[in-house]
Design a protein around this ligand. Structure first.
Ligand code: ADP
Length: 511
């Protein structure tokens, strides 16, 4: 019987809600669902991590005959199991105890201390996914992600050939150019790919092995997760050493920026099961400006109730600023890294001892930033609460719902999902003027009527302090604040539009 071709296979290291470290997980969790709604047949290949095996979110299905790959002289066996998420998305799980039977995904501290053999782990994922394609029939398109998906294009080419007609079309999405999978060049010979790929037109980069570079150059199309980031990464400042290659890809018409969406059914303040209080009244209508200033009361009630519940959960008492009005609550849900500017945010609070805010910070990451955050909360026990935890979904939802202001002072931000989620929950965002933040936030200093937040042009402590002073005034300004909130909750971040753009791109690569 002739095998029917699937439209798209995703090959990815994360897929929310099964395994998620950051935005990549959210995208692989959401985009396939939307593509299936268009009638496309989609499968997602992911490693069978330890935490995934006992997940309530998947149903295991048939086990296929095992495969084997040679890494240098060492053979590695792997299993391929079909499965399905509870919401019906077909999965291919790659089982390999030595590589994937571990507690973490990329390593401890949300990947900040990466496993030393990550190149081997994700090379095995690449070989296993192509092995599964041979067994089940290759799809029309393979959509792979980040450096961890960077070996996939090489394995596809060596198994199916370089000719576009003989192999699936290949698309690689860069979720973060800062992580490239750089290893000693000798590691090249340990991951089972042809020696011809040891070239500056593939994985070799100034004497090192660069998984993302090769992945980009061997794909038909490269996308990244916002139009502004697609522009930024072709410049020297933000090209992380690959700007030359990215300019070439752009000039060949192969670089695209498609803004991510969020799963608006999952991130829905009127049904969110993690919240002590849900939004009452009319829910958001897709593609419509659902709310007017008259709806502000319901949003205020939603926020007040969630704020009271959060304060009582964490034992922080809402204070007043001497004039009898409340302090705005600043929320952060983020990796605690320099890239995210959290160091600057903490420093700015230290530099403003009488700051008229409360703050709740959730995240984990760099040791020094974690320590500084904890120190800050010890200094201001009644105003700042810090939870060091790389993944606390329930607490993240509660912060989004309770915060008046969401703070995202990123120095660089490919797309950013947190700002979109927080807007959906009625927060006003303070953010860096970069990447996807630039594409999703309308700055108050440009057009007050349309604004939904503040973009900081010069990301330093003074920039953050300037924005916080401004937001504090606005918070107490009545109609200005109402308009900011209503503009935020009216924003549309549904996945259907980006999914349509990806579908068009798939059709362009290979119809
Ligand atoms: P990143 O650069 O980390 O991918 P994004 O803003 O694109 O940043 O996506 C971050 C996602 O991870 C959001 O959905 C956010 O809610 C979630 N997140 C970040 N840190 C945590 C945490 N400690 N617990 C739960 N969710 C988190």
């Amino acid at each position: 019987m002739k095998k029917l071709k699937d439209d798209v296979w995703f090959v990815a290291a994360e897929m929310a809600p099964l395994v998620k470290v950051g935005g990549l997980g959210d995208v692989v969790g959401s985009l396939p669902k939307e593509l299936i709604k268009f009638g496309m047949s989609v499968k997602v290949v992911i490693p069978s991590y330890k935490r995934l095996r006992f997940s309530d979110f998947i149903q295991l299905e048939e086990l296929l005959p095992p495969g084997k790959v040679m890494f240098g002289e060492i053979p590695f066996d792997f299993g391929i199991r079909k499965a399905r998420t509870k919401s019906g998305i077909p999965l291919i799980l790659v089982e390999q105890e030595h590589f994937f039977g571990r507690d973490d995904i990329y390593g401890s501290h949300g990947g900040a201390s990466a496993y030393k053999d990550n190149l081997w782990r994700y090379s095995l994922l690449a070989h296993a996914s192509v092995y599964a394609m041979k067994m089940l029939g290759a799809p029309r398109i393979v959509h792979t992600h980040d450096w961890s998906g960077g070996i996939v294009p090489a394995v596809i080419r060596q198994v199916f050939g370089d000719e576009p007609k003989s192999r699936p079309g290949i698309i690689l999405t860069i979720h973060n150019l800062g992580y490239q999978g750089v290893y000693p060049i000798d590691d090249f010979y340990d991951i089972g790919i042809d020696y011809r790929f040891n070239s500056s037109l593939a994985y070799e980069h100034f004497g090192t092995f660069n998984a993302l570079k090769g992945g980009m150059l061997l794909s038909d199309v490269v996308t990244t997760v916002s139009p502004t980031y697609a522009r930024e990464i072709t410049g020297q400042d933000m090209g992380f050493g690959l700007d030359g290659e990215l300019r070439r890809i752009r000039d060949n018409g192969r670089l695209y920026g498609i803004l991510n969406g969020i799963d608006e059914e999952y991130w829905d303040p009127s049904t969110d099961k993690f919240l002590p209080e849900r939004l009452k009244g009319k829910p958001k209508v897709k593609g419509k400006e659902t709310y007017t200033l008259r709806d502000y009361g319901r949003w205020k009630e939603f926020k007040e109730k969630n704020k009271t519940a959060l304060f009582s959960e964490i034992g922080v008492k809402p204070s007043s600023n001497g004039q009898g009005s409340r302090f705005p609550l600043l929320g952060v849900v983020s990796r605690l890294t320099e890239e995210k500017g959290i160091d600057l945010f903490i420093d700015s609070l230290f530099n403003w001892w009488d700051f008229p805010f409360c703050a709740v910070i959730l995240g984990s990451g760099k040791d020094v930033i974690e320590k500084k955050a904890v120190y800050l909360s010890n200094q201001f026990k009644d105003r700042v609460y810090v939870k060091i935890n790389s993944y606390d979904e329930a607490f993240a939802h509660k912060i989004y719902a309770a915060s008046d202001v969401f703070v995202m002072p990123s120095r660089t931000e490919p797309c950013g999902l947190s700002q979109m989620i927080s807007m959906r929950y009625g927060d006003v965002v303070i953010a860096g003027n970069t990447g996807g933040l630039h594409d999703t936030i309308s700055d108050i200093t440009i057009d007050e009527e349309k604004a939904n937040g503040i973009l900081i042009k010069h990301m330093d402590i003074n920039g953050i302090l300037w924005a916080m002073q401004k937001i504090n005034k606005l918070f107490h300004s009545g109609v200005h604040w109402k308009r900011l909130v209503i503009n935020s909750v009216n924003k549309d971040f549904d996945w259907s539009l980006p999914a349509l753009k990806y579908k068009e791109l798939y059709d362009k690569i290979k119809s």
